[in-house]
Design a protein around this ligand. Structure first.
Ligand code: DAT
Ligand code: MG
Length: 136
């Protein structure tokens, strides 16, 4: 059974020239792209996207970071796409992320961790609707 997940290449990933690398890893894993767009994130979308973190001490910085430059937003599809992409991304803290994962290979700081991937079927549905309201 196929599922969908929302992937972002965050502003640090875009400015480090890692768009192609992230997309290659997604495709090499056997997942496919059903939507792909470079865009700048409006503050209200950023707030909704990270709504679960609104009471965290790092929420303000998180919003500032995600709206600081263009991101690549993608909808990725395939069997176990949600867990599959989370595995490609690696742990939230790049120091704990395995070598060979995107965060393990390309990041050092928890905020600047290159990519986002939905963490459950419920978040994936919510996030895909938020970023790609017209996708069928
Ligand atoms: P993930 O992106 O792995 O799903 P998350 O949902 O817990 O992780 O957090 C969302 C983002 O917020 C994360 O990618 C980076 C940032 N973040 C998480 N914990 C943080 C912390 N302790 N300090 C600063 N930023 C943090
Ligand atoms: Mg998360």
């Amino acid at each position: 059974m196929s599922e969908r997940t929302l992937v972002l290449v965050k502003p640090d990933g875009v400015s480090k020239g890692l768009i192609g690398e992230v997309i290659s890893r997604i495709e090499n894993k056997g997942l496919s792209l059903v939507a792909l767009e470079l865009r700048t994130v409006a503050n209200d979308i950023a707030e909704e996207h990270y709504a679960e973190h609104k009471d965290k001490p790092f929420f303000g910085e998180l919003l500032e970071f995600i709206t600081s430059g263009p991101v690549v937003a993608a909808v990725v599809e395939g069997p176990r796409a949600i867990e599959g992409f989370r595995q490609l991304a690696g742990a939230t803290d790049p120091i704990k992320a395995a070598t060979g994962s995107i965060r393990g290979d390309y990041a050092l700081e928890v905020q600047n961790n290159i990519v986002h991937g939905s963490d459950s079927p419920e978040s994936a549905e919510r996030e895909i609707k938020l970023w790609f309201p017209n996708l069928s």
